[in-house]
Design a protein. Structure first.
Length: 345
């Protein structure tokens, strides 16, 4: 039995247009096409590990989540595989960060994934290649059972291409088989896509929030919480009458790991769905794995304790303080005022 269905069933594209077997992998080489990716030695190693039950070195994010009792992408996608393989033995999933256009420069993000970041880093050089996602998606539309779109901000990227793909699936009369997932920052409303999305088996809209109110605005600068809050209400109303499900991605970082319980309580009170926790590994300075042990020991325990400080950096505090103060000054923000519970840092 294979450890994970994704190396055989999933195709993933990064914001730079490169292809990997899964968007949750780390240190896997980025190829410019599906054909090139499948010819790499790393892909062959991945297949071998997967078929022999060896935990691949590329899949540490899943192993980390499973180690603290959270459901990993590997586990959830294996569950889907049991269903999808019965619907179509040759099915594929497409998981694509469809572009780098974004209206936010989130603390935990960077210029490869955000045009807003690119504008404020004058020395940045693009690593982007022409994406093959739309060609591959159109060519395999008769076997696609799930489309996962992220960004950048997916509702600011490639709307004509998204529309054409959805219309092709409808023309093949497969819309009743296909699930579509969007990972969005919640600041935009996809008016042009709603009428198409309503025709599909299920649409899951995942909101990347990383807390609420001033904490959200700190992490997701320069987005405004009031705008996102209004859209959240519209999403909640939409799921009452349509085939649309709302979930949340909450990234576990230095800024958020002490807020898990409070945020989950808030989400449930809003009528929002499942909260998924993603454990940040990069940039390392924002990862809870990098925190010095003395900081961990002086803050309340959480479910992530066996991960916190697991790869502690001796110079973490110096690096974090320098970067945080620099961005605080540029953005007229204050780490100390926004996160008083983290004053030990």
């Amino acid at each position: 039995m294979t450890l994970c269905s994704n190396p055989l069933r999933n195709l993933s594209w990064t914001t730079t247009g490169h292809v990997t077997p899964c968007n949750n992998m780390t240190k896997f080489p980025k190829s410019v096409s599906v054909t090139q990716m499948k010819q790499t030695q790393e892909y062959q190693d991945l297949l071998k590990d997967n078929s022999t039950g060896v935990n691949s070195r590329f899949c540490q994010r899943c192993w980390d989540k499973e180690s603290v009792g959270l459901v990993s992408k590997r586990q959830s996608d294996n569950t889907l595989d049991q269903i999808y393989s019965k619907l179509d033995p040759n099915y594929i999933k497409i998981d694509a960060a469809i572009g780098d256009v974004c209206n936010a420069a989130c603390r935990i993000c960077g210029p490869d994934s955000s045009t807003m970041w690119q504008k404020i880093i004058p020395t940045w050089e693009s690593h982007r290649t022409e994406t093959t996602v739309w060609t591959e998606a159109m060519d395999t539309a008769n076997h696609v059972l799930q489309l996962d779109f992220g960004g950048g901000e997916p509702w600011a990227n490639s709307i004509p291409e998204q529309t054409a793909l959805l219309q092709k699936i409808i023309s093949l009369d497969r819309q009743h088989l296909v699930k579509i997932r969007y990972n969005t920052n919640g600041s935009l409303w996809p008016t042009r896509l709603i009428s198409l999305l309503e025709q599909f088996r299920q649409v899951e809209i995942t909101l990347s929030l990383d807390d609420i109110e001033s904490r959200f605005e700190y992490n997701r600068w320069p987005l405004k919480w009031s705008v996102v809050q209004d859209n959240i209400q519209k999403f909640v109303e939409l799921q009452l009458t349509h085939n649309i499900k709302i979930t949340i991605n909450f990234t576990i970082s230095v800024f958020t790991w002490q807020r898990v319980e409070a945020f989950t309580d808030w989400a449930h009170k809003q009528g929002l769905g499942h909260v998924n926790f993603n454990i940040l590994t990069h940039p390392w300075v924002y990862s809870i794995k990098s925190l010095p042990v003395d900081i961990k020991n002086n803050l309340p325990p959480t479910i992530f304790d066996n991960i916190v400080s697991s790869t502690a950096h001796d110079n973490w505090k110096e690096e974090f303080t320098q970067l945080t103060q620099q961005l605080d000054q540029q953005r007229d923000q204050s780490f100390e005022k926004t996160f008083p519970e983290l004053n030990i840092i």
